[in-house]
Design a protein around this ligand. Structure first.
Ligand SMILES: *Cc1c(COP(=O)(O)O)cnc(C)c1O
Length: 430
């Protein structure tokens, strides 16, 4: 419990108890549950806004673009909230391009990342007038050039450098080491730039790297940046200008005991490495914008004692939040109605309804006793929560709500059972 209390005290969380009821900003989560049922995601707009503004504050009067990595939370209303503050978007698919457009993010504030961009996606991004592609291979560069010529739109490009830096995070979310599929090694990147600089339909605009996610210490980013700056300088000497310096995303958040720097501090640390260069900074934060803004709220269905363990079975599962199942991730868990005696704790397994042994939110967790039908909040679930959810076990996608002070609104309704089968219905044999 100390962990959770610390987290509530020191996190950026707008989730706290008021009169014994867990609230998001000023709205009791139980009030939302009464109206729309469980499970659902609740997001604090204040937390999202504050995280974004902290990045902005870090850059001060330096030219910059904060391109929200929309994959962390793809809800259009959240992207729109960020768009209104001036955010761009880091996108990795034509679906995300469309989401960003509907959210009101202009094409010239978007960059397109990812190792596997398809022809259709490249064409759509060219037509949307994106700022640049973060190119990840020689073959991709050649394909972008061909398609740019075909549609007669010059393609802005940056090469994603693989700086071979160990970000010391979970191996599944680390991306900037030689053995990972991402980016281009430094020598090869120089070659690609030289090739690109000569092409009529390509315009070198930037240089990028992204070394991983949930990185809670700024030294790996600083190390990677130093290597990218060396490449940038070498290019400059050859007359190849990279006006945009894109440092990727990856700043971590507090899930339990982590103590990451605030975005403003993190950004200042990076600017110290670079000194006062004449360029536009680009950063692609995802998790650190939305992670602490969200909670998954579910209801306890049953309890059982079995195999020497106590199981608390809830109505949300790995289909709603898969991070514990695939990354062994820790999420704080709180009762929505504060326990009468918060020091009275016992170990429990918190599990979902899905037919997989890994469908679990917590293992051997010290929690107050839950009664049947009690509400439970799984915190720090705003990033890679809803965005990674699925229809596994034919469970409909759950609703999402956005809280603003004392008011809240649905920003995605619950999927219907009919919608679950909509793509198949017309093919049913008579
Ligand atoms: C995932 C990703 C991000 C965002 O990472 P966070 O850890 O959520 O900040 C940014 N850029 C690229 C290229 C990514 O793949």
């Amino acid at each position: 419990m100390t962990t959770i209390q610390n987290w509530l005290r020191n996190g950026w969380s707008e989730f706290r108890y008021r009169s014994g009821e867990l609230c998001c900003e000023e709205v009791p989560l139980s009030a939302i549950a009464r109206e729309i049922g469980t499970p659902f995601y609740a997001y604090s707009s204040k937390t999202v806004r504050e995280a974004f503004l902290s990045y902005k504050q870090g850059f001060g009067d330096r030219r910059h673009l904060i391109a929200y990595a929309i994959k962390a939370n793809e809800n259009i209303s959240i992207a729109r909230l960020l768009a209104e503050l001036g955010a761009g978007a880091d996108i990795v698919s034509v679906g995300q391009l469309y989401r960003a457009q509907v959210a009101g993010i202009p094409g010239n504030k978007m960059m397109y990342s990812g190792v596997g961009k398809t022809d259709r996606e490249i064409r759509a991004a060219l037509e949307a007038g994106i700022l640049f592609f973060n190119v990840e291979s020689a073959e991709e560069l050649a394909r972008i050039e061909e398609l740019a010529e075909e549609v007669h739109i010059r393609a802005g490009i940056a090469i994603r450098i693989n700086p071979d830096v160990d970000p010391k995070t979970h191996p599944y979310i680390s991306t900037g080491m030689r053995e990972h599929k991402f980016g281009v090694e430094i020598e090869a990147a120089l070659d690609l730039y030289r090739r690109a600089a000569k092409k009529e339909w390509l315009e070198v605009r930037g240089i990028q790297c992204h070394i991983g996610s949930q990185i809670t210490d700024s030294s790996p980013h600083r190390e990677a940046l130093a290597r990218v700056l060396e490449v940038r300088e070498k290019l400059g000497r050859e007359g190849i200008e990279t006006r945009y310096l894109d440092v990727g995303g990856g700043l971590g958040i507090r899930y339990s005991e982590e103590n990451p720097p605030a975005p403003s501090e993190f950004v200042k640390g990076l600017m110290d490495v670079a000194g006062n260069l004449d360029l536009t900074w680009v950063i692609e934060p995802g998790r650190s914008i939305v992670g602490n803004a969200g909670a998954l709220v579910c209801q306890v269905l049953y309890r059982k004692d079995h195999g020497g363990k106590r199981y608390t079975i809830v109505d949300a599962g790995m289909n709603d939040l898969i991070r514990p199942a695939i990354y062994d991730a820790f999420h704080p868990i709180l009762p929505v109605n504060q326990a009468e005696d918060p020091t009275q704790l016992s170990p429990t397994e918190v599990v979902g309804p899905i037919c997989e042994s890994t469908d679990q939110f917590a293992w051997d967790r010290m929690l107050p006793a839950f009664a049947q039908r009690d509400l439970m909040a799984v915190l720090a679930a705003g990033a890679y929560g809803s965005a990674m959810s699925s229809n596994y076990n034919a469970k409909p996608l759950c609703p999402e709500v956005l809280v603003e002070g004392a008011s809240w609104r649905v920003i995605r309704r619950r999927q219907t059972i009919e919608e679950l089968i909509a793509l198949e219905r017309e093919y049913l044999a008579p």
